[in-house]
Design a protein around this ligand. Structure first.
Ligand code: NAD
Length: 465
């Protein structure tokens, strides 16, 4: 990345020229991004298969369709989002003034992606940054090399090279990139690296969005159709081989529910992946040997009892869908985000015990409650905090562009998807054009000050009209 600062300078000059501001320009680039995804679907599927052994179905659903969805949504709503907002409460002293909020682009922004959804974690923030009128540097994850290379090849082919650039590289190149001044940094990845992103942003006072992970709990509690629950749980846990930031990390349930759930999970896995998931086409692989070893090591050292799966194969980085019970709290499976196809089931005696357990941990990115009893769902919702929440399913809440996606506390800061991404990459500039009228009211604020005038409608007083 020898030419990092040259690229940034080029983009900054473009931004200063105002090229990215007009609606027509933003719309045109969004349309081109749409063509990029639509015309290269097979290349994308092939790259994801090479990197993660992703089944075509999962690539289409969670990389291609989710990106297209967000693009359609942005294209449909761009004009509305860009309109200045005039619906501002005024008081008597400001009633003749023009008060509005303009959404303005931030400038040259940096988007750093993670490897687990290497396409959508780059393209979804890009949709938002283009819609908001920014110039963008994209830094895809180096771990998924085929997708990284494909992005580096396609983005300059479809989008304006004066406004958008892909810079490839790993930790060292990213650290060097971060020495430059950006107007916003949008980072997706681990909590450990997020700390160094914040440190790098501090000297420039650059605002940062952090899309991180954590241990997302899944309650299965009270009256429930256990077969349905097992299917939704297994799909959301083992999708992308468990390498989803919003995958249910562990289950909390009573002993009775656990005893009913285990055979239901076994039956579900058989129907999803056949008797040997490693032989079928629908189970992906762990991204690298380093990540595979971390997971196998956690499994090997765990004091919990493997009751389903447990097999692994180094040669193709395979780990079978695995379920454990009796996992102690101190186990590394319960201390670290798992981020793989391993599911501990913890037993609790009451809902309150489960809620207490969750509230003792860092705030998770997602929280799931499966129950037929709405009081169970609302009790958990009302007594916990998490980035997102989904009752009776896993993962799917993140696919709706109307819902903001992001963490809270240690699972991240800021959000995106749909309008929320547009807001993240915009500055809300508050504007007031004062009228020369109503001077009789306005003079009340001038010296010599009087106690009497403090009771009058001054510009800072609350009363609205
Ligand atoms: P990763 O290794 O791909 O790293 C993410 C990015 O950080 C990469 O582009 C990488 O080049 C860069 N990077 C790595 N080390 C760096 C350093 N020292 N300095 C600067 N940049 C550096 O991905 P990861 O960190 O292993 O990602 C997995 C984590 O991301 C999990 O915790 C997961 O939950 C989280 N995640 C969150 C979301 C979300 O949307 N909230 C989505 C996906 C993943």
């Amino acid at each position: 990345m020898a030419n990092q600062s040259e690229v940034i300078d080029r983009l900054r000059a473009t931004f200063r020229s105002g090229m990215t501001i007009p609606e027509q320009f933003r719309m045109n680039q969004l349309q081109k991004l749409l063509s990029l995804v639509e015309e290269n679907e097979q290349l994308i599927i092939d790259a994801l298969h090479k990197d993660l052994h992703k089944p075509k179905f999962e690539s289409v659903l969670s990389e291609i369709q989710i990106t297209l969805n967000d693009l359609y949504f942005a294209i449909e709503n761009l004009r509305t989002w860009m309109q200045p907002e005039y619906n501002i409460g005024k008081n008597l002293a400001t009633r003749m003034d023009e008060c509005f909020i303009r959404r303005e682009p931030l400038g040259v922004v940096l988007i750093i992606g993670a490897w687990n959804y290497p396409l959508h974690l780059i393209l979804l923030p890009l949709v938002a940054a283009i819609a908001a009128g920014n110039c963008v540097i994209l830094k895809p994850s180096e771990i998924c090399q085929a997708t990284e290379q494909l992005l580096a090849e396609l983005i300059p082919k479809y989008l304006s090279q004066d406004c958008y650039a892909v810079l490839c590289g790993g930790a060292e190149e990213t650290k060097s990139l971060l020495k430059n001044r950006f107007d916003h940094i949008f980072y997706t990845g681990s909590q450990a690296v997020a700390r160094s992103i914040l440190l790098a942003a501090a000297p420039h006072l650059t605002p940062v969005t952090l899309e991180l992970g954590g241990k997302s709990p899944c309650f299965i509690y009270g009256r429930i159709d256990i077969q349905k629950a097992a299917r939704r749980l297994c799909w959301s846990k083992f999708f992308n081989t468990g390498q989803s930031c919003v995958a249910p990390d562990y289950v909390l349930c009573t002993v009775e529910t656990r005893d009913a759930l285990l055979p239901a999970i076994q039956e579900t896995l058989l129907s999803f992946y056949g008797s040997d998931p490693g032989e079928g086409p629908d189970m992906g692989r762990i991204v690298t040997l380093r990540h595979w070893r971390r997971l196998v090591d956690m499994l090997r050292k765990s004091k919990g009892k493997v009751v389903i799966g447990g097999d692994s194969r180094e040669e193709d980085k395979y780990i079978a869908p695995t379920v454990l019970v009796d996992v102690p709290e101190a186990d590394s499976l319960m201390q670290e985000e798992i981020f793989g196809p391993i599911l501990p089931i913890l037993t609790i005696e009451s809902l309150e015990e489960g809620i207490d357990y969750i509230n003792r941990q860092e705030k998770p990115l997602a929280l799931y409650v499966f129950s037929d009893e709405s009081s169970v769902v609302s009790t958990v919702l009302n007594n916990t905090s998490s980035g997102g929440f989904c009752g009776n399913d896993g993962i799917v809440h993140m696919a709706l562009p109307g819902l903001p996606f992001g963490g809270v506390g240690a699972s991240g800061m800021g959000s995106y998807h749909g309008r929320w991404g547009f807001e993240t990459f915009s500055h809300r500039r508050s504007c007031m054009n004062r009228s020369w009228l109503l001077e009789m009211v306005n003079v009340l604020r001038y010296p010599p000050y009087s106690e009497y005038n403090l009771g009058c409608p001054l510009p800072m007083s609350f009363a609205s009209v």
